[in-house]
Design a protein around this ligand. Structure first.
Ligand code: GLA
Length: 419
């Protein structure tokens, strides 16, 4: 079947919500991988910062580490170059985009081959407007078909399309048009759009028709304040955001900053748990050579990854706030013979309580208040420690948890009986 036929806007019924969406067959589960921006920014001076500059050396080093450290096997397969990879101008004769000659001397096709030979997938950054966000190279304006074809020639599998230096009208016209240009190449490429980020009032229904992922919040920074701010932006629009997301189309709250300088161990757990609940892409930004062992263990936690990748494909949301405690829930598999699903539930302690702002807090709740109403109950497992099985709870039972400050506890409530 030609790819253009796969690109139909069809009804896809996921659980109880119905959405129209982009169907290019890709991103059936939230993509996982690595992207340099939050950690490596736009370092271009390779003579002074050889290990940190945006270069084929960094990408190859990361490709090797994704495989050798077990990240690829856990699912982190998209290796995505962010901004600052281009020369300042296009090729004078062909108008094609040019990678920096100093930093990508072997060229992008060669880098793509290297990445593919490692069993990984190759992503690249572009911008819909006149220039990229860091003013670093030409944007796609007036060159949509050429640039899409260039990416296809290089073996690109994922395009992060930013929206700097484009008007709102150009964004609304340009994102669908560039998506069609990608489709026309015949090469399947995940299409990640920053579209809503640049709109005063994003039309998520429209965006979900044209993109596999979309950035809806601020650029993430390496701090718990930034993580909780993005959580706030999500919960503010969560009805809309959850309605339009599902297999093939996901809300993107930006990269996982675990493994850098500023997140505590508890805050690292918090980001990972919430990104799993909301079915976010798990795109790390860190130096894989220096991720501390306990953080690496979090990033490779297969129980949490499988919540993120759950086949029901239903993103979760915040269901309850009690002072500075929040409860976030995602419906997941398995589903019982009676059609009741299981749940992943994150209990968040934002800190800031009057008496002791940075103490652990005890929280208790009767499960039916959270919508857990399967009468035969749920078997409860601690997702951060699978050997910690808490046994069976029925809807009338009270569940107790003690949550570290600026941290989370995270459990899977598996409906009983289920296979
Ligand atoms: C924007 C994006 C970031 C990153 C930078 C690169 O700010 O939101 O994720 O790609 O541009 O310039």
């Amino acid at each position: 079947m030609p790819l253009s036929l796969l690109f139909l806007f069809i009804c896809d019924c996921v659980g109880t919500h119905i959405v129209n969406g982009l169907e290019n067959g890709l991103a059936r589960k939230p993509p996982m991988g690595w992207m340099p921006f939050e950690r490596f920014r736009c370092v271009t001076d390779c003579s002074r910062f050889p290990k940190d500059c945006i270069s084929e050396r960094l990408m190859r080093r990361t490709a090797n580490l994704l495989v050798s450290e077990g990240y690829a096997a856990a699912g982190y397969r998209y290796l995505i170059i962010d901004d600052c990879w281009m020369e300042a101008s296009r090729d004078k004769a062909t108008h094609e985009l040019l990678p920096s000659e100093d930093r990508f001397p072997s060229g992008m096709r060669d880098l793509g081959n290297y990445i593919h030979n490692k069993g990984l997938l190759f992503g690249i950054y572009h911008d819909l407007g006149e220039k990229t966000c860091m003013f670093h190279g030409p944007g796609a304006a007036r060159h949509f078909n050429l640039d899409a074809q260039t990416f296809a020639n290089w073996g690109v599998d994922y395009v992060k399309m930013d929206g700097c230096f484009a008007s709102e009208i150009e964004l609304d016209r340009g994102y669908p048009e560039f998506g069609r240009a990608l489709n026309k190449t015949g090469r399947p490429m995940v299409y990640s759009c920053s579209w809503p980020f640049y709109k005063a009032q994003p039309d998520f229904k429209l965006i979900a028709k044209h993109c596999n992922l979309w950035r809806f919040a601020d650029d993430i920074q390496d701090s718990v304040a930034s993580v909780t701010n993005i959580m706030k932006q999500y919960s503010k629009s969560q009805i809309e955001l959850t309605t339009h997301a599902g297999p093939g189309r996901w809300n993107d709250p930006d990269m996982l900053v675990l493994g850098n300088y500023h997140l505590s161990y508890d805050a690292s757990r918090l980001q990972l748990a919430i990104w799993a609940v909301i079915a976010a892409p798990l795109i790390m930004t860190n130096d894989l050579e220096s991720v501390r062992p306990e953080i690496k263990e979090l990033l490779l936690n297969r129980d949490i990854i499988s919540v993120n990748q759950d086949p029901l494909g239903q993103p979760g949301h915040k269901v309850l706030t009690s002072q500075n405690i929040q409860v976030w829930i995602r419906p997941v598999t398995p589903v019982s013979n009676f059609g009741k699903n299981s749940f992943a539930i994150a209990f968040v302690n934002l800190g800031g309580f009057a008496v002791c702002p940075l103490c652990p807090q005890i929280y208790q709740v009767q499960l039916h208040r959270l919508g857990l109403n399967s009468r035969r109950g749920y078997n409860v497992m601690d997702l951060f420690n699978r050997s910690h099985n808490l046994g069976l709870y029925t809807p009338k039972d009270t569940f107790n948890t003690r949550i570290n400050p600026e941290g989370v506890t995270f459990y899977k409530f598996t409906v009983f009986p289920s296979n």
